[in-house]
Design a binder for this molecule. Structure first.
Ligand code: FAD
Length: 458
């Protein structure tokens, strides 16, 4: 007998519940990945993620080959391709990880429908993409299906038992018949950020091993240090599932100490946003808490947005972070917070515009994490202080006190030493004119006044 394992956002062999269940129940397993046209059509096939995905698929195939198997890749509509594979192999079960996006829900429904008439069972596995499945930790009270505040969620989540990770299988027997499309390759993708990280489970596990021994213990003290770059950078691996969130939580807790605890708390933020999106799928597009904003539109707003995207707002720390995004397809969390606050609250441009730009570039671009973090910053989401505005100069002085992050990403200001680099407009005129760098798009007090008026805060 044969079962199919449909890989989606879980491109690994370690701690893979669907693969484990399939191997336990049938002699042969067909590991399948479908490059779905619909993902592309929905604007979700951004080059950075396509390139990282190609690395992940190649590594997954290599890992399966070491175990006597291989990965079958198909192109087209995921449901049609699964149907074909089931017909070709006579499989009696399809295993897949549960996921939260509207796309994933539709995929699951359509698969169930398509398989009903074939006698092949669909088995959906929880807690593969998240450490704790959405809906497991819920507030008490009738009709309450998710937590909208992080801290009580974190408290309950922390008490949940995390399952022991499954070992990677020793051998995988794959039926001979079904052919595979060629594996995609990074070199076939145009428009990748030059400093894009490498994908694949092997690389993810290498990074996590180094992180546990060298990085995590200093995480609590250093995670906000922009220049120090002392976060794990595991987000693209977690997004593509080359690392298992449950395994990360368990093995980080085993390290112990405040750094590991703070890191686990961040992993919980990811589960938190997933359970919000699972319960409120519309939050991917519309305000979670409607604020009736009349976001700026028209020529001046689009000019401001263009300057923000290119990293020429005239606020060095904002521009540094936006240029890091362009160059690496990744941005430090503190940079994400302050650039998102700048767009939505200082420029007063719709959070959806910024979220779209991030999704076009971020290698970890994720519908739950991206949209809900944008909403959190814009004050339309789950932040309990929705009208706070981050002042980019204060943020810069606090999180890049020496100005090293700005000088790294905004080289035209590299001649200004120390924290003076954060406020080039304060330099004596003669010195200021030496730097080919724009004046601020808008004064901070002007931006703040506009925001307060729009939100009727005065
Ligand atoms: P670390 O600090 O090492 O944290 C470890 C892991 O915890 C991360 O890899 C991530 O999986 C999770 N995590 C950390 N912070 C958050 C958070 N605030 N929300 C959810 N999960 C978190 N993260 C994404 O994975 N994809 C996105 O598309 C995304 N978009 C964002 C947009 C905005 C406007 C903001 C403010 C944040 C966004 N984040 C997103 C969250 C966070 O910035 C990144 O997860 C983090 O910067 C990734 O770097 P790291 O792996 O070094 O993180």
């Amino acid at each position: 007998s044969v079962s199919v394992v449909l890989f989606t956002s879980d491109l690994r062999l370690h701690d893979h519940p669907p693969l484990h269940a399939a191997l336990a129940s049938t002699d042969e397993v067909l590991p399948l990945f479908v490059l779905d046209d619909a993902v592309e059509a929905a604007g979700f096939g951004a080059p950075n993620r396509r390139a990282f995905l190609a690395d992940c698929l190649r590594d997954l195939d290599a890992g399966l080959r070491e175990r006597g198997g291989r990965l079958v890749v198909r192109e087209g509509d995921v449901v049609e391709e699964v149907g074909r594979i089931v017909a070709e192999t006579g499989a009696d079960a399809v295993h897949i990880a549960a996921d939260v996006s509207a796309f994933a829900h539709r995929r699951e429904e359509r698969l169930r429908e398509a398989l009903t008439s074939t006698g092949c069972e669909l088995r959906v596995h929880d807690a593969v993409v998240t450490a704790v499945a959405p809906g497991v930790v819920v507030p008490s009270g009738v009709g309450r299906d998710h937590f909208s505040v992080f801290t009580p969620y974190f408290r309950r989540w922390s008490g949940e038992g995390i399952r022991t990770p499954f070992q990677a299988p020793r051998a995988v027997r794959v039926p001979e018949g079904p052919g595979s499309a060629p594996l995609p390759s990074r070199s076939g993708v145009q428009g990748i950020s030059p400093g894009l990280a490498e994908g694949g489970e092997t690389e993810g596990r290498r990074l996590f091993t180094a992180w546990r021994s060298q990085g995590v213990s200093a995480y609590e003290d250093r995670h906000d240090d922009l220049a120090g770059d002392a976060t794990s950078r595991l987000s693209p691996h977690i997004h593509f599932g080359t690392l298992s969130p449950a395994e990360l939580v368990g093995r980080s807790r085993a390290v112990g100490g405040p750094g590991a605890e703070a890191f686990v708390r961040q992993l919980c933020w990811r589960d938190f946003h997933h359970q919000v999106l699972a319960a409120r799928p519309a939050a991917a597009r519309s305000d979670y808490r409607p604020r009736h904003d009349r976001w700026r539109t028209g020529r001046s707003a689009s000019d401001d947005t263009a300057a923000w995207k290119e990293g020429r707002t005239g606020y060095p720390v904002v521009d540094a972070a936006m240029r890091q995004l362009l160059y690496e397809g990744w941005m430090h969390n503190r940079g994400r917070l302050l650039t998102a606050s700048f767009l939505t609250k200082t420029l007063y441009v719709d959070w959806r515009t910024g979220a779209r730009h991030f999704l076009d570039l971020l290698v970890d671009g994720d519908i739950a994490n991206n949209q809900l973090n944008w909403q959190w910053v814009a004050g339309t989401g789950t932040d309990t202080r929705p009208n706070r505005v981050l002042n980019p100069v204060i943020q810069a002085k606090r999180y890049d006190p020496e100005g090293a992050y700005v000088r790294r990403w905004v080289p035209e200001l590299a001649g200004i030493s120390g924290s003076a680099v954060h406020e080039p407009w304060k330099l004596p005129k003669a010195e200021r004119s030496r730097y080919d760098y724009p004046e601020p798009l808008v004064g901070l007090s002007e931006g703040l006044a506009r925001f307060k008026k729009a939100r009727e805060l005065d």
